[in-house]
Ligand binder design. Sequence first.
Ligand SMILES: Cc1ncc(COP(=O)(O)O)c(C=O)c1O
Length: 431
Amino acid sequence: MKEREKVYSHIKKGDSEIYRAVSGEIDRQQEGLEMIPSESYASRAVLEAIGSVFENKYSEGYPKKRYYGGQKYTDIVEQIAIKRAKKLFRFEHANVQPYSGSPANFAALNAVCAPGDTIMGMDLRFGGHLTHGWKVSVTGKYFNSAQYTTDKNGFLDFNEIEKLAKKHKPKVIICGYTAYPRTIDFAKFAEIARGVGAYLLADIAHIAGLVAAGEHPSPAGFADIVTTTTHKTLRGPRAGMILCNGNPSDPLKPIKNPTKKDLPTLIDRSIFPGMQGGPHIHTIAGVAVALKEASTKEFKAYAKQVVKNAKKLADIFNNRGLRLSTGGTDNHLILMDVTPFGITGKEAEERLEQIAISLNKNAIPHDPNPPYNPSGIRLGTPCVTIRGMKEPEMDILGNAIADTLEDKKNIRKAKLAVKELCAKFPLYKGL
Ligand SMILES: Cc1ncc(COP(=O)(O)O)c(C=O)c1O
């Protein structure tokens, strides 16, 4: 029996329709290259943890303070995850219960803001996330949202950010992005936030793996609150975390005039009972495993290579005369204007899908085109790096992408190049 049939023998027997979809998705992931920068491949150990019997358990509350019985092992798992998160990211308090990045962001804002308070984040069209105060998000509806943009080359413009902060006096300034290819200067943000008495929230969802490995400066010592997903560069399961400094106080004691020292309590209360019910302990078990993996030297080598690969790709694109936002990258992602090819981001995404590369259309800073058909694409290197690819493969890949965008006629040849890379760098080998 093939390993896949063994691993999924119960689904195969009990629900052939879902088995076929699972099996098809394994093939799709193995036979194509994933270049969506917010994706990665979780290890088999992480996959086992999230498929464990913790799935069955309700554990509302926090370790040693639960509302249900039978918590001997859930407490162990959550405490380990918390301990590892605090150590890896160098914060004194960690809440590992957020179901994902979006609820983590809302919970963090809800912890320190009342409805109608002002928050300030990056405009979605310039690289910010929906939950940084974009108008259709609950964060843009419950809170008064001021939004900053970038300069004309796509770089953060600290003069503009400071001016806006002084004008709007936000309660929270959010930094950390969905589509920003450059290093974030957390110290500069902290200075601006301090100047206007705002909390600094660093959403490191995209770069968490790079931060953990020291490949991007840490927000520790600068941000009051850090939110993150655990499933992007960090390579864990789909979940979120919130980090801050201090210790939580008595969960039942009211807090009159909260200060920074109350952040752990405010954040914990905002997650539960504020926003969520029972934590997904099976996912938290996966987060714990991923955090352990992220502290290894193998993970450090992966994160280093992620950045090297992205820089190599950017060099190739630049050499071929393509237009990159900010001219290149410092991290795992590249934002490219594809309009010089006479196509839009949507067409580029579709064309690259034909050579088995998945990435996403994306607005570029100051994009004249609408969000559903923007001028650019966003691509990243975590997944190809996990498969073991290095600079020589980026050479092949970068040129295959550029060829495909340049002329539809090159699709056949580029598709073959991608196929060869997939065969040479297998994913979940044997599965
Ligand atoms: C910077 C940032 N924050 C938060 C999120 C939201 O995470 P999730 O999709 O897990 O809700 C994302 C997702 O892409 C993101 O890029």
